[in-house]
Design a protein around this ligand. Structure first.
Ligand code: ADP
Ligand code: MG
Length: 541
């Protein structure tokens, strides 16, 4: 059979370069990534087997083979496998959004420890194998197909690919290990003791047996079914990495269990960083659905509202059919009930963080607040809970404030919560609209996320206090913003001239609202605020 040599896609090549020069200090994790892929492939094959008997695998498992002499390590699975096109598309390219941006930042930070964090956030998956390999061979055959594919690369910029007749079903990745680190004998990945240690540490919960010789290395215990007190944080963190494909530690762990007519267990995680695609339409949602310990599907959007799409984890429902489809899920009453409970639990967990761990709360809100606020746009029963955990920059102090704290600082006679929305804190702070509020000592919230412009249109109060934009006309600062007829008369020629000269302005008025700026633009009480006008214009409306 002829062998073809192909080039990695440009971005994949750059990422490989970074791996070859291993900017990530913990090389052990390459094995975790290979096992994680093998486990995903076994899950996929099990699902395919439900549709088509012939695709079913006897004894689904992962096998590790080490050869100390040849310095190779092989991770073999009898999972779904890949076609030749799959291999080219999945292994030769990176389709993830935000790749170019991450690579640019990685290059800038090459020497710096932030780069380790960045690469962790990005999660390089299969490519991490090039931290320890000078050559990698992948032999695969898709379940149900006649021929297999052999792929090989030394991580430089090209790979070879050929069709082979005798590949077993599933995938085997053979790592040709680089010469052992002279100073560090611990990095001998062909050593069985080392392999045992890594599997135990990173992959213990994997639900298929991971075998080395006759021995099964992992306990296969579902983490969500074990009492919290028995599980080490490190185990939760590894599980999080497996379900999220994120390399960082999660910010918070949430465990739930419901008994009775409809039983389920949930193990959820708040990540510590927003993913690159948080605001992209096709962003992966984070919940895996299991039925009685058996994986059913990824990306289960039905289990959490979209404003909580960044939450990762597993829901294991006892009473669903193993054949359940997405269409059925959407209509299932129990699923809707679980979704409501999970959403409430996530929001209440964040509220607890706000009280008990302000640092964590602030990290959370900085990363995910803008997404959570999208929940204020739907009919939602959770508006109050979302407003309770929201915080906003403010004219008082550097740290964001909650609405409840704002209320405790309201001045005598102030009954409204004032805010101004805009592009940035600096831009808002320079706005003439704020002057009269500053002069009166009223605190104003400074809202800078695009979504703020929208939810403030429909959510009009918090805890009995009206939410009021200072950019609107007729803002009542107790005295009326009205100037006597007499004074207006004196300025009539100037006002008329301004009105005629400024085409886009509806009306020109004298005001008492300003204390140091000569003029400012005000929207109608009912009209669009400037930022909303900008947003609609950008959307071509
Ligand atoms: P991720 O696992 O986050 O998708 P990886 O870089 O680890 O990213 O793997 C890329 C893709 O290659 C996987 O999504 C999968 O489709 C495919 N793949 C990798 N390893 C295997 C395997 N052992 N069996 C089948 N497909 C695999
Ligand atoms: Mg992977």
């Amino acid at each position: 059979m002829s062998t073809e040599t192909l080039e990695f896609q440009a971005e994949a090549r750059q990422l490989l370069q970074l791996m070859v020069h291993s900017i990530y200090s913990n090389k052990d994790i390459f094995l975790r990534e290979l096992i994680s892929n093998a486990s995903d492939a076994l899950d996929k094959r099990r699902l395919a087997g439900l549709q088509d008997d012939r695709l079913r695998a006897d004894d689904p498992h992962i096998r590790i083979e080490a050869d100390k002499e040849a310095r190779t390590l092989t991770v073999r699975d009898n999972g779904i496998g890949m076609t030749r096109d799959d291999v080219v598309g999945l292994i030769g390219t990176i389709a993830r959004s935000g790749t170019a941006e991450t690579l640019r930042r990685l290059k800038e930070n090459k020497e710096n420890k932030e780069s380790a964090e960045l690469i962790g956030q990005f999660g390089v998956g299969f490519y991490s194998v090039f931290m320890v390999a000078d050559k990698v061979t992948l032999l695969t055959r898709k379940a149900g197909e006649e021929t297999g594919t052999r792929w090989e690369s030394d991580g430089d910029g090209t790979y070879t690919i050929e069709t082979v007749e005798d590949a077993p079903e599933g995938t085997a990745v053979t790592v040709h290990l680089r010469p052992a680190d002279e100073e560090d004998a611990l990095h001998d990945y062909a050593d069985e003791w080392k392999i045992r240690e890594i599997v135990k540490r990173y992959s213990d919960f994997i639900s298929f047996p991971i075998r080395l010789g006759d021995e099964t290395l992992n306990s296969m215990k579902a983490l969500w079914a074990r009492p919290r007190s028995e599980v080490k944080d490190e185990e939760y963190h590894e599980f999080y990495r497996h379900v999220s494909h994120d390399w960082s530690d999660p910010l918070e762990i949430i465990q739930m269990r419901a008994e009775g007519t409809f039983e389920y267990e949930a193990l959820l995680f708040l990540p510590s960083r927003a993913p690159h695609d948080l605001f992209q339409r096709d962003a992966r949602h984070g919940i895996q659905l299991y039925v009685k310990r058996v994986f059913i599907m990824d990306d289960t959007r039905e289990l959490l509202p979209s404003h909580l799409r960044f939450v990762k984890g597993v829901v294991d429902a006892a009473d669903l059919s193993l054949n359940i489809s997405r269409e059925i899920l959407q209509q299932d009453r129990h699923i809707q009930m679980i979704r409501r409970r999970l959403a409430k639990k996530v929001l209440s967990t964040i509220k607890d963080l706000m009280r008990n761990d302000v640092e964590k709360y602030r990290t959370f809100w900085r990363e995910f607040g803008a997404a959570v606020k999208e929940g204020l746009l739907d009919a939602g029963e959770d508006h109050k809970a979302i407003l309770d955990i929201a915080s906003f920059a403010s004219t008082e102090g550097e740290e964001p404030t909650s609405l409840a704290d704002y209320v405790t600082r309201m001045k005598e006679g102030q009954d409204k919560i004032y805010f101004m929305a805009g592009e940035s804190r600096a831009q808002i702070e320079n706005s003439p609209h704020l002057e009269a509020f500053r002069a009166k000592g009223y605190e104003v919230l400074l809202l800078t996320d695009p979504v703020d412009e929208i939810w403030t249109e429909s959510v009009r109060e918090y805890d009995g206090h009206e939410l009021r934009s200072v950019a609107r006309g007729a803002v009542d600062l107790s005295e009326e913003d009205e100037v006597s007829e007499e004074r207006t008369g004196a300025y009539a020629p100037l006002l008329t001239w301004l009105g005629e000269t400024l085409d886009d302005v509806k009306d020109v008025r004298l005001t008492t609202r300003l204390t140091s700026s000569p003029a400012c633009l005000v929207s109608d009480s009912e009209g669009l605020t400037p930022a909303l006008e900008r947003m609609y214009r950008a959307m071509g409306q």
